[in-house]
Structure formats: C-alpha cells, structure tokens
Design a protein around this ligand. Structure first.
Ligand SMILES: Nc1ncnc2c1ncn2[C@@H]1O[C@H](COP(=O)(O)OP(=O)(O)OP(=O)(O)O)[C@@H](O)[C@H]1O
Length: 486
C-alpha cells in the first residue's frame, strides 16, 4: 500500500504501530481516506479495526508512525481529529444513559450553547433522525437509558451526522447496523451513499459482507494488525472477500431430521393476546425469532419461562442458558477476567466441596479458547482487553459450556467475524443434534434461514410460523409487514 503523504486525504495513517503489552494490535498499517470515498474495512475479530479507528479518531496515540489530516500532522488527539471533521460511531455505544437524547446531542455538539439550546438541539436531532431513519418513532425527550439498543444506535448515528457549526468530513461507523433490523440498516446505508456522493468520506466497519459490498467504493482487508488488501469494491464478491480475510466459505445447512419433526413438543405456550399462533419447540430444534427489530422477540425470550407475575416457572432449574446480545448491559462482568466471565455459567459443575476446582476451570477455559478461537495471550486477562467480537465469543462459550438443555440467544452474533460465525453455526447444529433446543432471535436473515422453524413477530405477537423451505427472506418480510402467514 502507498505510504506517501496524501494532501487530499481527509486522514492518512502511515506505518502506525500500537501494542497492548504482548499484543501487536497494529503492526505498521497504512490507510488513507479521500473525500467522496466509502471505505469498507473488514477483518477477523481482533484484526485491529477498532484500534485503527481509535488512532484516526485521536483517542489513541500510535507508538510508531504518523497520522495526518488534510496533509497536516495530526498530533493533538481527539481535539485535532474533531477540528478536522472526524466523527465516530463506536462499536460500544457511547451515549450517557442517564441523560436525554437532547442532552446527549448537546454533549457531542459544543456549539449548541446559550439561550434556547434545548430547543435547537431538539429540532436538530429530530430532523436528523427523520432524515436518516424516516418513519422512526423515537421520542427525543426520552432518557437514553429507556431506549432499546437499536434506538440507541440510531440516536448515536444521527448525533454523529448532525452538523451545528461545521459539517463532518469523515464519519467512522464501527459496526453501525449490528443492532438494526434489515429495514433500518438499509435506511442507514442509503444515507451513507448519499453522504459520500455529496463529498463526505465514510469508514464503514462491518462483519456483514453484503452491506460492505453494496456500500463501499474501496475495501480494505485487515489481518493481524496490517492492511493486507486494498482494492475497489467492484473487484470483490462475498466469496473472494471471505477468502481475503483468511476464512473459508462453508455450505449452509439446515438441520431438522425426520425424527425431530415427529417428536413431541417440550415447550408449548398458548398464543398471546392478539395472536393466533402459540410458541412450541422440540428437543433438538433450532427455532428462529424473526421480524423487524423490537417487535417483541427479546421480551418473548426473557418471559418464556416466567409466569404472569414474572416469577420463574418451576422445573427448569439450570436447564436454561442465555446468550446476551447487549453485552455491555447484560452480558459481560467488566471487572472480571475472561476466564471468570466464561466459567460463571458452569460453577456447579466446576465445584468440589463447595470450592471451585481451579484446574478444571482452567481446562474449561483452554478448551473454549481453542474451540471459539478467542484471541488472547492469557484467559486471565481482563474481559475488556478483548476486541468486541471476542467478548461476544466468550458469552457464547459461557452458555454452550453449561449443561443447559435450552439455550436462549438474543441476537448474539453481533460483531462476530464470519469465520467464527460459521464455526458457531456448526457447533449449534451438532449440539442440536445431541438434543439441545436453541431459541434464536436474530436480526440477520442469513441466520434466520439456518433455523428449523421460524416465528415471525409483529407488534409484540407471533404473526406467522414458517418451516422448512418456507423459511425465505421474502416470506419473513411479507409476514413482518402484513402479518399474514406466507
Ligand atoms: N485495551 C486493550 N488492552 C489489551 N489489549 C487490547 C486492548 N484493546 C484492544 N486490544 C487487543 O488488540 C487487538 C485488536 O483489537 P481490536 O479491538 O482493534 O480488534 P477488531 O478488529 O476491532 O475486532 P472486532 O471485530 O472483534 O471488533 C486484539 O487482540 C485485542 O484483544
């Protein structure tokens, strides 16, 4: 890749190295982004994508190498980056949960000051949300803590694109659609294309390769802290992109053999108010919960084993495991090590004479580190030293390492790279064949299509049940919007 200074570039990183102890997060990367470019940045979990974002954003000073904005040396951190029009939507959303949307808008836009700033902030953010996500129903007076993760993501995106005194020149989007359903994701990507056509630059990081291919003008592939490929997006297909990332494309399989289809239901719930269809699941089935985001899928997961008063139904004991999607809110224990975050779900099986058998705990850690390819030199390191996708792998491992018969999954693949996803799909399939039931809310259509049976949700109720070959994007979408069974 070129290392010469590019005066036209909104940002140019040259020979950048960043190390965290023994880990070389960036190993001499070069990356220049021009106005009007949409760069798709892809790579395995832990490849260094968020770290280069932090360097460009001024939050992290490189240990070696330089960063410049418009050809001018960028030493000066976040203030210099921001003054040069660099804005970032982080993977771990950064809004203050105890402030309202309007107040968060003020925090990010210092220009909103003086008499009447609330009114101006309200109309700014309201207009931006409507421009990017037409038809949204977000109340801008709401406190951020009351919003769903998808709504928080939408608000953070709108705040980032909003302009008070100076318009953004480069918007970095680190997995911006990870919590958005297909419709909202498409609205965002359409906005990105429009922003780029009008001269803005975007750095888009995503593990959803379809959106990288449909939105980027150039694609940069990162591997182990380096940019190994940089070519026009038109030269890639999903297949070649996966290969460039060092993974192998595998055949998609749906399971569900005949025996399972004839087996009795082990979970059988009556239809909820407003629905004709109840929820059923057999041992060994992978059940998908589909539909537009926020239409009751997560509530259903959380309440499936509770009575009307919210108490746990008797008899399930340690039969249920849960994989959180919002890992910061209800997934990771941020002050604990990777190993403790993993083993917490299996303590009854790791204990002897009321004490944890640390040898067995370490073996469990080593086993899942290998199976999930958790990228760390030491499972005793803090969980927050892992990249986002690797943290998500730990949550998966925590659930799968238990002896639970039923695994509830709340859109859990966010940020997991394509190679690992394929490994996880294979593990789910083999665990299901051994009798485990998976109930899987996913905002990714590819994942819904891997399920044996799918319930489509709308307005908090199940509106359609699809099985076998009926599980297709067009049927899921038809049911999501019209509520009629396909
Ligand atoms: N604060 C930190 N302390 C220690 N190691 C870190 C820290 N931040 C990142 N790392 C390590 O640096 C490497 C690069 O991480 P980074 O978050 O940039 O990866 P990524 O490509 O964004 O991954 P993902 O797709 O999972 O988000 C990883 O090995 C990660 O564990």
């Amino acid at each position: 890749m070129s290392t010469e200074t590019n005066h036209q570039a909104v940002v140019s990183a040259r020979g950048v190295r960043v190390e965290f102890g023994a880990v070389k997060a960036l190993d001499g990367i070069d990356l220049a982004i021009l106005p009007g470019e949409a760069i798709g940045l892809v790579g395995h979990n832990g490849a260094g994508k968020s770290t280069i974002v932090n360097v460009i954003n001024g939050g992290l000073l490189p240990h070696q190498g330089t960063i410049s904005y418009g050809g001018v040396d960028g030493a000066g951190g976040i203030t210099t980056a921001r003054a040069n029009g660099v804005r970032c939507v982080f993977q771990e959303l950064s809004l203050c949960p105890n402030l309202t949307i309007v107040e968060n808008t003020r925090v990010m836009h210092a220009g909103l000051k003086g008499f009447g700033w609330r009114k101006r902030a309200l109309s700014l953010i309201h207009a931006k949300l409507d421009e990017i996500f037409p038809g949204n129903h977000i109340d801008c007076a709401a406190t951020v803590g009351e919003l769903s993760i998808a709504e928080r993501q939408m608000v953070e995106i709108a705040i980032t694109f909003a302009a008070v005194t100076d318009a953004p020149k480069l918007v970095i989007l680190d997995e911006p659609t990870s919590s958005l359903d297909a419709g909202l994701a498409e609205q965002l990507l359409a906005h990105v294309r429009h922003f780029v056509t009008s001269g803005g630059a975007v750095l888009l990081i995503s593990h959803i390769l379809g959106e990288i291919l449909s939105t980027s003008s150039r694609i940069v592939v990162m591997k182990d802290g380096r940019a190994v490929t940089s070519r026009p997006a038109s030269e890639f297909s999903v297949h070649s992109l996966v290969e460039a990332m060092g993974s192998v494309v595998k055949e998609r399989t749906r399971g569900g053999d005949k025996t399972q289809k004839d087996a009795p239901y082990t979970i059988d719930r009556p239809p909820s108010a407003g629905s004709q269809i109840g929820f059923k699941a057999r041992s060994g089935e992978i059940i998908g919960l589909a539909g537009l985001g926020g239409h009751g899928q997560t509530d259903m997961l959380l309440n499936l084993f509770r009575d009307r008063s919210g108490n746990w139904l008797p008899g399930y004991g340690d039969a249920i495991a849960f994989v959180a999607g919002d890992r910061a809110l209800n997934g990771t224990f941020p002050l604990w090590s990777i190993l403790k975050n993993l083993s917490i779900g299996s303590l009854p099986h790791l204990s002897r004479l009321a004490a944890i058998d640390t040898g067995r705990e370490r073996t469990l850690g080593a086993d899942w580190k290998e199976r999930m390819e958790i990228r760390t030199p030491d499972m005793g390191n803090p969980i927050l030293s892992l990249s986002g996708g690797n943290q998500q792998k730990v949550l998966f491992a925590r659930a799968l390492a238990t002896k639970a018969d039923i695994v509830l999954m709340d859109d859990p693949m966010r940020g997991v790279d394509i190679g690992t996803k394929q490994e996880v799909y294979a593990i789910l399939r083999s665990e299901a064949a051994a009798g485990r039931t998976f109930i899987w809310y996913s905002t990714e259509m590819d994942e819904i299509c891997l399920c044996d049976r799918v319930y489509v949700f709308r307005d908090g109720a199940i509106v359609a049940e699809l099985t076998g070959d009926e599980i297709e994007e067009k049927n899921v979408l038809a049911s999501s919007f019209s509520g009629e069974a396909a």
